[in-house]
Ligand binder design. Structure first.
Ligand SMILES: NC(=O)c1ccc[n+]([C@@H]2O[C@H](COP(=O)([O-])OP(=O)(O)OC[C@H]3O[C@@H](n4cnc5c(N)ncnc54)[C@H](O)[C@@H]3O)[C@@H](O)[C@H]2O)c1
Length: 351
């Protein structure tokens, strides 16, 4: 079972996030004397995810400095966001020469840089382009903010996390507790779809999603859902398939214009806020994320994690699963292992 710690934290976080806009005016006062001074960088800030993610971060009282990096358009995005009446200082950085200054002093770096899928593509089809982008940006983080928490959104996450870890190892600054593959959108989707089927408020539903972030490696643990829900097997199979292919649902609907951006921005912001809350000393903050792991025979795996001041504090593990879920875990392992190896080999073969 997902730890009892997870449920109130997850629900409370989602509640506070969804009401933050209405409460905006009181935030700066309410949080004035607290440690809400996170310096956050977004790399790939001008993109479909990067822009709304930066907006949500700018809207948060947890963030005091927001540095935006991209190879295009960051001066405009930063100028635009900087007029919003929240205290986070926003600055744009354009091109590799300005990347070091964007990163220096950062507590958290979020990376949605890279190309998204088009209809007919798998996340692995993005490997050739995105592996180089992530490796380059990870190298800059290792050099200029080695202590920061690194949150990778760029796909294929099942390979870009091993890539980031290997790059940090090469620079001698690797801390497995600080490198996170952002899989939060899978949890957000699972909560929404379960709520729709059961007529519940999605903000009160909490489904852990484990494994990886591609097709069959996305494993929703409906048996651990809070509140407890039951589905006949045919409905459970269809629901699980919909969660696994929800990204493709958006890719198809966008018909060539990219993949999920707005829901991903929401999910990315939720993950960053959880992390910053935990870094600020809030207890019982739990999120699932694709991290270095000893929970299965895969060296990286997503499970619910207790977050703390220094990042991953405790891996809460897979917990009790149904036979249906156990079978999915077994089936996901070969694909996950191959994606992890592909990422590690990429860095080994880099000049
Ligand atoms: N983890 C998830 O759940 C999830 C969900 C949706 C999308 N994604 C992934 O997020 C990534 C971004 O998606 P998007 O829709 O925002 O794409 P996008 O094309 O709209 O934006 C990508 C941005 O990255 C920038 N970029 C490219 N190369 C760069 C570099 N070397 N340095 C800095 N910035 C660079 C581009 O200029 C662009 O602004 C894709 O890889 C996509 O597959 C992940």
């Amino acid at each position: 079972m997902l730890s009892a710690l997870a449920r109130p934290a997850g629900a409370a976080l989602r509640r506070s996030f969804s009401t933050s806009a209405q409460e905006m005016p009181v935030f700066p006062l309410k949080y004035h004397n607290q440690k809400n001074n996170a310096k956050v960088a977004v790399l790939g800030a001008s993109g479909g995810i990067g822009q709304p993610l930066s907006l949500l971060l700018k809207n948060s009282p947890l963030v005091s400095r927001l540095t935006l990096y991209d190879i295009a358009h960051t001066p405009g995005v930063a100028a635009d966001l900087s007029h919003i009446e929240t205290r986070a200082k926003v600055k744009g950085y354009l091109g590799p020469d300005q990347l070091p200054d964007c990163l220096k002093g950062c507590d958290v770096v979020v990376i949605p840089a890279g190309v998204p899928r088009k209809p007919g593509m798998t996340r692995d089809d993005l490997f050739n382009t995105n592996a180089t982008i992530v490796a380059t940006l990870a190298a800059a983080c290792a050099q200029h903010c080695p202590e920061a928490m690194i949150c990778i959104i760029s796909n294929p996450v099942n390979s870009t996390i091993p890539i980031t870890a290997e790059v940090f190892k090469k620079h001698g600054v690797y801390d497995p507790n600080k490198i996170f593959g952002v899989t939060t959108l899978d949890i957000v989707r699972a909560n929404t779809f379960v709520a729709e089927l059961k007529g519940l408020d999605p903000a009160r539903v909490s489904v852990p999603v484990i494994g990886g972030h591609a097709g069959k490696t996305i494993i929703p643990l409906i048996s651990q859902c809070t509140p407890k829900v039951d589905f006949p097997q045919d409905q459970l199979t269809a629901l699980t398939g919909r969660i696994q292919e929800a990204g493709t649902e958006v890719v198809k609907a966008k018909a060539g214009a990219g993949s999920a951006t707005l829901s991903m921005a929401y999910a990315g912001a939720r993950f960053v806020f959880s992390l910053v809350d935990a870094m600020n000393g809030k207890e019982g903050v739990v999120e699932c994320s694709f991290v270095k792991s000893q929970e299965t025979e895969c060296t990286y795996f997503s499970t619910p994690l207790l977050l703390g001041k220094k990042g991953l504090e405790k891996n809460l593990g897979i917990g009790k699963v149904s036979s249906f879920e156990e079978k999915m875990i077994a089936e996901a392992i070969p694909e996950l292992k191959a994606s992890i190896k592909k990422g590690e080999d990429f860095v080994k073969n880099m000049k």
